[in-house]
Write a protein that binds this ligand. Structure first.
Ligand code: FAD
Length: 444
């Protein structure tokens, strides 16, 4: 009999298992995958994600094989802003969520999943977790009241625990077995295609957006650079008709400079891609079970926060389960505390922010003006970046009181940027699917 069984052993599962084992609990983590292995995911880890890795004790191992950065360039329709997530905002967030701001780092990086997930699994085992890879759960065991009391594996083995934690990703087996509905579903999302290139030394971390398309570039492990493009899912079918051609076409439309850099580089792997990243929420807990990571909440890759959020949830869930099983509080109080933090106003506002961004509507004139005005105001640039990556509350940055940035003098300063030359024509052009035209031209 275990105190906790965790289904899924990657960012959410290995992390929650480690935290629970460190609290002296007997923990079994199972995963149908074998490690090291990849999952379909790019792999930016922002400073709060890196801070969670530091708190787990694996940051140095990640950093030993992964180039890191402390600032990022965000370019909207050619308007470039370079900044960093402020340390004080990071500290505030950790104090609010965990009453503890130890292990904070302002670094971030893009670490391959076969690297990160293996480090997390090994770390869990060192913490005392019993880890079974290549183990597929096919059934949840329940008592006569319906309370989940254990698991049955494909090999017929059964294991029992006081709580079963679903860390089994967005197509969660646990959620299906319990018949959990998705809610607040957001079907409008992005398609995303990426690959790995050599010959882009010291690739600066950058995220670009132009019209309805986006691209990101970041150095990753083994001297390679990950280059990613994305756009609205309604353009996905036309993009997929010629992935390589459209990948380079998209880069050219977004950033001429990035397109030239990538054209001169050498692609080292195939293209990876996904057409659908519709967002959803699920219930967080019930009798004998709990969900963490993508199993509980999935959202589009456009702000690259799933790993960070999975690590956050793992720590929050372990705090709650640890207090309950450690006898500090009763189960309902502990779970209510977990739910309150996961379903706070701030978390809801950020979920809405990502889902709205994932619609990839062309940037409006006033939005672009805001970016133009931010240039030269480093404090506000840093605050915008912190907001974009869920370190500062969305409601504060986009609060009307912050619209001081849009006063008349400031508007003057945005004039003269090429983004505002014939804005209406560009805006109309941005609405058209460029891959449809490419497809039509190719078939002519
Ligand atoms: C295209 C794309 C790009 C992304 N880019 C980023 C990014 O740049 N940065 C970022 O932070 N996030 C990114 N994400 C999100 C990120 O990949 C996820 O949020 C993260 O992987 C969630 O971790 P998890 O541990 O909850 O689930 P997963 O990583 O999905 O792990 C779930 C595990 O559960 C196991 N499992 C499932 N069912 C069973 C079963 N029945 N029995 C046993 N084991 C089981 C699976 O084998 C798997 O190993 C991206 C996602 C996508 C789709």
């Amino acid at each position: 009999m275990y105190n906790a069984i965790v289904i899924g052993g990657r960012c959410a599962g290995a992390a929650v298992g480690t935290h629970l084992a460190r609290r002296g609990l007997r923990v079994l983590v199972v995963d149908r995958s074998r490690f090291p292995s990849d999952v379909l995911s790019t792999h930016f880890v922002w400073p709060h994600g890196a801070s969670y890795l530091n708190r787990l004790g694996v940051l140095d191992q990640v950093r030993a094989v992964t180039p890191a950065h402390t600032s990022v360039t965000v370019v909207n329709d050619g308007i470039a802003l370079r900044g960093s997530v402020p340390e004080e905002l990071l500290r505030n967030q950790f104090r609010l969520l965990h009453d503890d701001d130890s292990g904070i780092t302002q670094e971030y990086f893009s670490v391959r999943r076969h690297v990160l997930d293996k480090l997390l699994v090994d770390n869990a085992v060192r913490a005392g977790v019993e880890f079974r890879e290549g183990y597929t759960v096919t059934e949840l065991l329940r008592d006569e009241d319906g309370t989940v009391v254990g698991i049955r594996g494909r090999d017929g083995s059964e294991e029992r625990a006081q709580v079963v934690i679903g860390a089994d990703g967005r197509n969660s087996f646990v959620a299906r077995a319990l018949g959990l509905e998705k809610f607040d579903e957001r079907p409008r999302c992005t398609f995303a295609y990426w690959s790995y290139f050599s010959g882009i030394p010291d690739a600066e971390a950058q995220i670009h957006r132009r019209g309805r398309l986006g691209m990101a570039m970041a150095s990753t492990n083994d001297g390679r650079t990950m280059v990613l493009t994305w756009g609205p899912s309604e353009w996905a079918a036309q993009f997929r008709a010629d992935v390589e051609g459209n990948f380079h076409r998209a880069l050219g439309l977004i950033s001429e400079q990035a397109a030239v850099t990538v054209a001169q580089a050498r692609r080292e792997e195939r293209f990876y891609g996904t057409l659908d990243q519709a967002a959803f929420l699920r219930r967080l807990h019930g009798p004998g079970w709990l969900l963490v990571g993508d199993a509980e909440s999935f959202k589009d890759q456009c702000t690259a926060l799933g790993i960070t959020h999975a690590l956050r949830d793992a720590e929050l869930a372990a705090e709650a389960v640890g207090r309950w099983l450690g006898g500090e509080t009763d189960r309902d109080t502990a779970m209510a505390g977990y739910a309150a933090k996961r379903r706070s106003q701030t978390a809801a506002a950020y979920y809405d922010y990502v889902c709205t961004l994932a619609e990839m509507k062309p940037l409006r004139h006033d939005e672009l003006q805001l970016f133009a005005i931010l240039r030269g105001n480093q404090t506000e640039i840093d605050r915008f970046i912190a907001t974009h990556v869920d370190v500062a509350p969305v409601s504060e940055f986009f609060d009307p009181s912050n619209v001081f940035l849009l006063n008349d003098t400031a508007k003057e300063s945005s004039r003269g940027h090429e983004a505002f030359t014939d804005f209406e024509a560009a805006y109309r052009e941005h609405q058209r699917n460029p891959f449809q035209r490419a497809e039509a031209e190719a078939s002519r």
